[in-house]
Design a protein around this ligand. Structure first.
Ligand SMILES: [Zn+2]
Length: 377
């Protein structure tokens, strides 16, 4: 069965309407109301949960099984994102949508949400095959995956999740993402007047810099990265500082390596402190999200591969080094992958998307729904 033709103009209008509505992380209400209005107009109703997420359940059409598929994307956008003015340019028979260069475009993730919405509406209008479908539109993805973390167990009771939230061409399938650990090191010394009795002071900033020198930073190995993002401390040039704080992150795909790197930080602190009398420290870390690796043989992934081929796409598995709501889904027992939403240079003023990519995404989603309606997962 071939796909029903996607109305490119309507898709473009939906996308433009979406990006014109402000939706910074934590303030997604206006945008959520827009989604609600569009859904209501098509006879659908959604539920807003305690985390501000919007959840919509749709019954199956021409489907013999009872499994639930999830389509997901996030409603929030990174700054600067107030009063976004999209610009549409004709290029080589295609349309490229950019911002006016003073804000991001918000294609991350509205270039994912617009195709989801339009595909669902098309499937309803034409009574196309689809399994039971749940739409999960989350809040605060960009800051902390905050909305996803507050989803109820009930909302996550489904068999497979597809999150549209990655850069790149259609056909890219992200089935591997890292664990992400934030850490903070408090380095303590002793404050004294820097000019009168420096011998009696212990400089916490010097201590911190010696520690940093001992750490493994940058690309630690093929699967692991570590970064120091902040080094703060000091009160005045004439005071030997008694406090310096280091904040950083560690991310990687191998749990053993991550544990070893945390141990290395501990050990470095102990060693440096031992040769600098008068210093002390505290080291804390927090796993912001856990990584996943979904097997390529998973029936949901196999369905995706066949839907990609039906769409004429060349499927390609990719390991990302970023996180997404899918980290939360998998961790909480809902297997899933991330697909490309076609946007380029996300989180920059040059963020952009081609209409042809969003149209192709709609065709892919249509084939996904048809395949998942026919094949169990
Ligand atoms: Zn995103």
């Amino acid at each position: 069965m071939s796909t029903v033709r996607v109305d490119g103009e309507r898709l473009l209008q939906t996308f433009l309407e979406m990006v014109r509505i402000d939706s910074p992380s934590g303030d997604e209400a206006a945008f959520r109301a827009y989604l609600m209005e569009r859904l209501t107009a098509e006879g659908l109703s959604g539920v807003i949960d305690a985390g501000g997420n919007l959840i919509v359940d749709l019954p199956a059409q021409h489907c013999a099984h009872d499994a639930i598929l999830v389509f997901s994307g996030h409603m929030d956008v990174v700054p600067p994102c107030h009063n976004i003015q999209p610009i549409v340019q004709d290029v080589d028979g295609d349309r490229i949508i950019t911002s006016d260069n003073t804000t991001v475009l918000g294609a991350d993730d509205k270039a994912g949400l617009a195709p989801i919405l339009e595909t669902v509406f098309l499937c309803l209008q034409h009574q196309l095959p689809m399994p039971r479908l749940r739409l999960i539109f989350t809040t605060r993805e960009e800051t902390s995956l905050g909305g996803a973390k507050e989803l109820s167990d009930e909302s996550l009771q489904a068999q497979f999740a597809i999150t549209l939230d990655h850069t790149g061409r259609q056909g890219v399938i992200i089935n591997q993402a890292p664990t992400y650990i934030e850490f903070e090191i408090t380095c303590r010394g002793k404050s004294v007047h820097a000019g009168i009795m420096p011998e009696q002071g212990v400089n916490a900033i010097v201590f911190a810099s010696q520690v940093i020198e001992g750490l493994h930073l940058g690309r630690v190995d093929e699967q692991t990265t570590c970064n120091i993002g902040f080094l703060t401390g000091g009160k005045a040039t004439n005071i030997v500082p008694d406090l310096a704080t280091i904040r950083g992150e560690l991310r990687g795909h191998n749990p053993q390596t991550l544990q070893a790197e945390l141990a290395h930080i501990e050990q470095t602190l102990a060693e440096v402190s031992a040769i600098m009398p008068g210093t002390s420290y505290a080291f804390t870390h927090f796993t912001q999200f856990e990584g996943y690796h979904l097997d390529e043989q998973h029936p949901g992934v196999q369905n995706l591969l066949s839907a990609a081929r039906k769409t004429g796409l060349e499927p390609q598995f990719i390991r990302t080094n970023g996180g997404s709501d899918n980290n939360v889904f998998v961790k909480r027992g809902l297997p899933g992958v991330v697909l490309s939403a076609g946007y380029m240079e996300p989180h920059s003023l040059k963020e952009r998307v081609r209409l042809s990519e969003m149209t192709l995404c709609c065709q892919f989603l249509q084939n996904i729904l048809e395949t998942f309606a026919h094949e169990p997962f």
